[in-house]
Design a protein around this ligand. Structure first.
Ligand code: ADP
Ligand code: ADP
Ligand code: MG
Length: 657
């Protein structure tokens, strides 16, 4: 076996690969950019080599620098992780010339499959069902229209070199093709340096189901069943699971057989993924093959017990696969949630900044179930603009799908991140939705379920009780410190718009809260003033809530439900009721400064049309530059700040017409 491997990647996937190497007794070298000098991967590795500035084009993507690092450290093989150089046949060839082992498939397989047009030709030849369309390059807009009309609308215009959901556009009619073809071509050119485009049928309301394959250098290829990745935004996966709730044994066998056939056709000799779109009727069509380890590989590892990184290393070394197809079995169910630095309440806009708080849930066995968190960050680390905004991948395993979802729901509750936008409330919402639980998925899921964007979920009755109990407990703790003589039993909790008269008593077991309809018991409270996480047990159920002081009272979130709560004495509640309700200004047509700071640039002018996600201003706060982006399309009506101004939190920067 290799004695030293170099990892040509960063972040969570570098850490993931380190863990397997360590278990196998292999020494680890990581390369890193200036931005990653203090990273967890560098800290964990045995040796590390600086390869240049933050920009990937000047560091992680430069083959010469990787080769030099291998030479300097005496590593025998390179694991490319995913992204960066992982699907670059030129890089794989270069390593071969230098007598360095590439831990991935042979370059012919990468060439054949790395390109969507090429891979479709191969798939069709290997008798794999492909999405109907034009398997070839499109010359110009006129050609694109002709082909689209032959295929029949809707169609999908795609960059042959595309990846990560980029370089894809749906066209419903001729006009969409006229606009979309040049747009995809330009995006392909700038993102991939390759502007070859093809067009295929757009399968409506499909599901994304993919097969994990594994091959060796002795002609053996097996599949490790499927993953379903239908929960996507911007054609990019956010929640994945294995197995798929769609497949029956017959479809699974047929898909697996086609994937293995395709892999064998290109002498595939590593871990890879054959992606399909599937209809609700279980028809399925080949999309592309990813000739690398896949982001969502943990769910396959959890249901098969196979360490895919280990098998990639063994295959690269020349070992034969240690199992045959018949040895592989699906055991239980696994879920994965991608924790992203993005704001689900604002159209999933990417967010950057420091992980001021990073408190993941407990990993390992939880009763009979498993929680796994693949991360490459620690509290205090920064999610920068230079790389993928994924913070971590949270996976759970249990005997059944229902149970795996329950474990995920609880683990997400226990995951606390502060300092930047993050999608945990959104992931929690999906876990709690009856449609997700029923397994009726489609790649339109997010659009179908959140047509007006994500605003959280309405609280259930039990969540209202829980949130009221948390507020009463916090209020009691604060009062016991500040004014113990005012402790009493009768309180009014204003929970959202609802006023509840409650009687609160405390004994060694915790609080008993008697309301008009129900009595709740709150015990095992772990919260101290100032903390954002409130842990406890309500009516026998352990929970974690996220609490924030508001100008009056608290804002308390449990999973995807968030409520404002105010605790008052009966007398002050009467007075409070007489106050005129505070009018909240309509801020939907404004861009507000999210924090107090200094305006570094103001990037828009009156009359300008601004699109969702475009930068409007840069605000410097706490020595960090924050890009403030438009949350909707609009024409600028007024600009209320300029470079050099100091602004307060919630100050209006720009107004739209
Ligand atoms: P999956 O493994 O599920 O297909 P993605 O398609 O989102 O996941 O991509 C995997 C990783 O590779 C992500 O980190 C993504 O940013 C990166 N990536 C994908 N395609 C490219 C590309 N063409 N160039 C650079 N990075 C890419
Ligand atoms: P990428 O390389 O970016 O992963 P894919 O070809 O795998 O590109 O497509 C990404 C996603 O876009 C798929 O997971 C699927 O949800 C959607 N998609 C791609 N092609 C089609 C199609 N022909 N019909 C419907 N949806 C599609
Ligand atoms: Mg894909």
């Amino acid at each position: 076996m290799f004695s030293k491997i170099l990892i040509a990647n960063r972040g969570e996937i570098a850490v993931r690969i380190i863990k397997t190497c360590r278990r196998m007794g292999i020494a680890i070298v990581v390369v890193y950019s200036e931005a990653d000098a203090d990273s967890m991967a560098v800290e964990m590795a045995d040796e590390s080599v600086l390869i240049g500035p933050a920009a990937a084009a000047e560091s992680y993507l430069v083959a010469d620098k990787i080769v030099a690092a291998v030479r300097a450290t005496g590593a025998q093989a390179v694991h490319p992780g995913f992204g960066f150089l992982s699907e670059n046949a030129g890089f794989a060839r270069r390593l071969a010339e230098e007598k360095i082992v590439f831990i991935g498939p042979n370059p012919h397989a990468i060439d054949a499959m790395g390109d969507k047009i090429q891979s479709k030709l191969f798939a069709a030849k290997a008798n794999v069902s492909v999405v109907p369309g034009h398997v070839g390059e499109i010359d110009d807009t006129a050609h694109a229209i002709k082909i689209s009309e032959e295929i029949g609308y809707p169609v999908m215009i795609k960059a042959s070199a595309g990846g990560g959901g980029k370089g894809i556009r749906v066209a419903w009619n001729r006009k969409d093709v006229e606009e979309g073809f040049p747009a995809v071509k330009a995006e392909a050119k700038s993102s991939f340096g390759d502007d070859r485009i093809f067009i295929e049928k757009f399968i409506e309301s499909p599901r994304h189901v993919e097969i994990q394959v594994l091959g060796d250098k002795h002609g053996n290829v097996v599949h490790l069943f499927e993953r379903e990745c239908s929960i996507q935004r911007r054609n990019q996966k956010v929640i994945e699971e294995a197995p798929s709730p769609l497949l029956d044994a017959k479809t699974r066998a047929a898909m697996g057989e086609q994937a293995v056939r395709l892999a064998k056709a290109v002498n595939y000799d590593s871990a890879g993924t054959v992606e399909f779109v599937a209809g609700q009727d279980r028809s399925f069509f080949f999309l592309e093959m990813n000739t690398r380890l896949q982001v969502e590989h943990p769910v396959t590892e959890l249901i098969t017990g196979v360490d895919l990184v280990e098998q990639m290393i063994r295959s690269a070394y020349g070992e034969a696969l240690p199992f045959k197809q018949a040895d592989l079995k699906i055991n239980g169910w696994a879920m994965e949630s991608r924790i992203y630095a993005e704001d689900p309440y604002r159209g999933f806009l990417p967010s950057i900044g420091r992980l001021v708080r990073y408190q993941p849930p407990q990993e390992g066995k939880v009763g009979k179930d498993i929680v796994r968190n693949d991360a490459g960050v620690r509290e205090g680390d920064e999610i920068s603009m230079f790389y993928d905004p994924m913070i971590s991948k949270l996976s759970t395993w249990a005997k059944t799908r229902e149970a795996a979802i329950d474990v995920m729901g609880r683990a997400l509750e226990d995951f606390h991140i502060e300092g930047l936008g993050q999608n945990i409330p959104f992931l929690s919402a999906v876990m709690d939705q009856p449609r997700f639980r029923s397994g009726k998925l489609s790649t339109n899921y997010i659009k179908d379920e959140f047509p007006d964007g994500f605003q959280g979920l309405p609280p259930s009755d039990a969540q209202r009780d829980l949130i009221a109990a948390v507020a009463l407990s916090m209020h009691r703790t604060l009062l016991a410190r500040a004014a113990p003589d005012q402790l009493r039993q009768d309180w009014i909790a204003v929970v959202g718009h609802e006023k509840r008269a409650v009687n609160v008593t405390s004994d060694d077991d915790g609080l008993t809260i008697k309301g008009a309809r129900k009595t709740n018991k709150l015990s095992d409270v772990r919260w101290r003033p100032g903390e954002a996480t409130f842990r406890g047990v309500i009516d026998g159920q352990a929970f974690t809530a996220i609490v924030k002081p508001a100008p009056e009272g608290f804002i308390i979130r449990h999973r995807a439900a968030s409520l404002h709560v105010l605790v008052l004495t009966p007398r002050s509640a009467e007075l409070h009721a007489k106050l005129p309700p505070k009018k909240l200004a309509d801020t939907s047509k404004m861009v507000l400064s999210p924090m107090p700071g200094l305006v570094v640039t103001l990037d828009v002018a009156v009359g300008q049309l601004v699109r969702t996600g475009e930068a409007v201003a840069v605000i410097e706060a706490m020595k960090m530059q924050n890009i403030i982006r438009a949350e909707r399309d609009g024409t600028v009506k007024a600009v209320n700040a300029k470079a050099g101004d100091s602004v307060a939190a919630d100050e209006v920067l720009v107004e739209f017409a």
